[in-house]
Design a protein around this ligand. Structure first.
Ligand code: ATP
Ligand code: MG
Length: 616
């Protein structure tokens, strides 16, 4: 989708709806746009003045030997040049104010909208493609507004001004100069199209090169490349992409220059023709020398605008494509929104009820063009049902452990409580009210989640903790860190709370990261805690620490813990055993052990694993 087919662009018509939306974004700048028009017209008129003054010098001042007039005309030419320069600056200023302003508006609304999207949008979207929208297409949209539309307006005005001047001065000579036009315009149009295609290809290739880089140059990507010894293969792959960029770059440079060389050449030819034919008219006395010079200048000035305008349609279309691509993201529907009349979840007791919850992950693309697989090649499959009628109840202050084999649906089930996804059928209720009837903001404030692979931003330890509560003091941070058993580690770090954690927190071990995430959750102080214990880092030393961390974190809160540690499981008030999306057993540890079945099997496996890790 990134490289638009130029034929498509050329064949498309300007979509009225898109134009109206573009206008909505441009509307706040309408005073500026008016100023822009005024400046452009003024600049075109001022640029007509010098040739006319040259004409006066040649036709009046010099033949009449009128030095006074000569001084005056020269001064006027200087004034016109200064005015022209001033107007050029003013035009640039106004167009930049409009362009940057629109970019700002588009960017901020895109950023905000993307943030509001449900988590399914992010699991399905290619990050590179998304950031590309936020950067390249927003720039393209800006170009559409000020660059392309601006150049259409200014070229039209310039064409009218110069053409009008030619007609007033000597229309027959003007006609002669027009004879040359088709010789230039026809090939210029083709070169223009070609350039358009090349530019699109360039954007496309650059995007693919950037995606490769962003995926490889982060800690996890780099680690993968190293561990699999793929460096030379990666370099070769990158070189291929970069080579494409190089080839297209050379071609577009040559085509671009051809365009301007040809433009200059035709300008010179036109000037020669005007001097040649006009010279004869001058000899026969039908034309003054001054008029001839002025005409030659005006004629040479109409080619640029004319060619620019012949390509304008394609350019406007291409630029509008950027707007459409931005609107496509802005229009992405968010299925998880606050219901009208949604209530705030305040004074939480902490009862969680799952009532016949069925769930399958959404299969419909949110923004198809942003997904890794194009929709044409991948027929939307029937959604696999992940949860088949799960019913359970967690009492306030209880600790419920959710156990089960990998892929059973534990993480999925937990994600339904803070409404990261909506149930397919059935309901999830907190304190007796469906989570879909709460405002999302209050719901997420009440539910603290520590996920399986806790994410830390590339920032200091302190700022990562403060993400939960920006106004927290250092003492509060350390208190939370103490409860999460991560205080000693923070104190041992070279700069304490001010130590940077690497991209995704790679300077910390998995267990440390999770304890930091627990501390972060504690700062938020939610009434309900959902904890997805990491399956890794089950070493015995951490075990005790994490156990204490959990005891501190969960005290007095309703907790749903996806447990992989025996100590967590055995301490639970209730254990839910999930298998293939169904709760197959429930009860306390002694009850379930007595019952046998899947739980007893899982327990024995865990016991063996933990025993093995304690005794090397
Ligand atoms: N975003 C998603 N889109 C589609 N299917 C998904 C998605 N996330 C998980 N699944 C599927 O849903 C099923 C349950 O996954 P889930 O992550 O809930 O398992 P789990 O019980 O947490 O396993 P583990 O113990 O390994 O973490 C799996 O078959 C998985 O492939
Ligand atoms: Mg999981």
């Amino acid at each position: 989708m990134i490289g638009m087919d130029p034929a498509f662009v050329a064949g498309a018509t300007v979509d009225g709806a898109v134009l109206r939306r573009v206008w909505r974004f441009a509307r706040p700048y309408r005073a500026m746009l008016a100023a822009f028009l005024v400046v452009i017209v003024a600049a075109a008129l001022v640029s007509l003045v010098p040739p006319l003054l040259f004409r006066e010098i040649l036709d009046s001042a010099i033949p009449d030997e009128d030095r006074g007039l000569l001084h005056l005309l020269a001064a006027l030419i200087v004034a016109a040049a200064v005015a022209d320069a001033g107007l050029a600056l003013a035009e640039r200023y106004v167009s930049a104010r409009i362009g940057e302003g629109v970019i700002y508006d588009l960017r901020v609304s895109l950023f905000d909208h993307v943030q509001s999207m449900p988590i399914s949008f992010f699991t399905r979207t290619q990050t590179g493609a998304l950031t590309n929208r936020l950067n390249t297409d927003v720039l393209g949209a800006q170009r559409a507004l000020t660059g392309t539309l601006g150049s259409v307006v200014s070229n039209t005005v310039a064409l009218i001004a110069n053409g009008g001047a030619i007609i007033v001065l000597e229309w027959r000579l003007g006609l002669i100069s027009l004879v040359l036009l088709p010789i230039f315009i026809v090939p210029a149009k083709r070169v223009g199209r070609k350039l358009q295609t090349l530019t699109r290809q360039q954007m496309d290739l650059n995007a693919s090169m950037n995606t490769t880089m962003t995926e490889r140059f982060n800690v996890s990507g780099a680690l993968l490349v190293k561990l699999f010894g793929r460096r030379s293969a990666e370099t070769a792959d990158f070189a291929t992409r970069a080579d494409g960029v190089r080839a297209v770059g050379v071609r577009s440079a040559v085509y671009g220059r051809t365009f301007f060389v040809a433009l200059g050449l035709v300008g010179s030819l036109a000037a020669a023709a005007v001097y040649w034919i006009g010279g004869q008219l001058a000899i026969s006395g039908a034309l003054t020398i001054g008029t001839l010079v002025a005409l030659a200048t005006f004629v040479s000035r109409i080619y640029g605008p004319l060619t620019a305008l012949t390509n304008a349609r394609v350019e406007v279309m291409t630029a509008l494509v950027s707007f459409e691509r931005v609107f496509e993201v802005l229009d992405a529907q968010n299925p998880i929104t606050d219901r009208p009349g949604a209530v705030d979840l305040a004074a939480v007791h902490g009862t969680i009820e799952l009532d016949a919850v069925h769930f399958s992950y959404p299969v419909d693309a949110v923004v198809p063009s942003l997904e890794a697989v194009s929709p044409s090649t991948a027929e939307p499959a029937d959604p696999a049902v992940v949860l088949h009628g799960v019913t359970a109840r967690v009492e306030p202050g209880q600790l419920v452990a959710l156990v089960g084999p990998s892929g059973a649906g534990k993480t999925t089930l937990a994600q339904l409580v803070p409404r990261l996804y909506d149930v397919t059928s059935g309901s999830v209720r907190i304190d007796g009210v469906d989570v879909r009837d709460y405002t999302q903001e209050s719901l997420r404030a009440a539910v603290g989640v520590v996920s399986q692979d806790a994410h830390l931003f590339h920032d200091t330890v302190g700022n990562n903790l403060r993400y939960a509560r920006p106004e927290a003091t250092d003492a509060e941070l350390m208190a939370a860190a103490r409860s999460a058993q991560i205080e000693d580690l923070i104190l041992s770090l070279p700069e304490g709370l001010d130590t940077l954690v690497g991209d995704r927190g790679h300077r910390l071990s998995g267990g440390e990261k999770q304890r930091l995430a627990i501390a972060r959750m504690l700062l938020k102080d939610p009434a309900i805690v959902i904890l997805d214990e990491a399956t890794s880092h089950l070493d015995a030393e951490n075990e005790a620490l994490v156990q204490e961390a959990l005891a501190g974190a969960l005290a007095g809160r309703t907790s749903l813990v996806i447990a992989h540690r025996l100590s967590t499981i055995t301490a639970a008030d209730q254990i839910l055993v999930l298998d293939a999306g169904r709760i197959v057993q429930r009860g306390t540890h002694p009850e379930l052990i007595a019952e046998g079945g899947l739980y007893a099997d899982l327990y024995r496996t865990l016991l063996r694993a933990e025993h093995a890790s304690v005794t090397p």
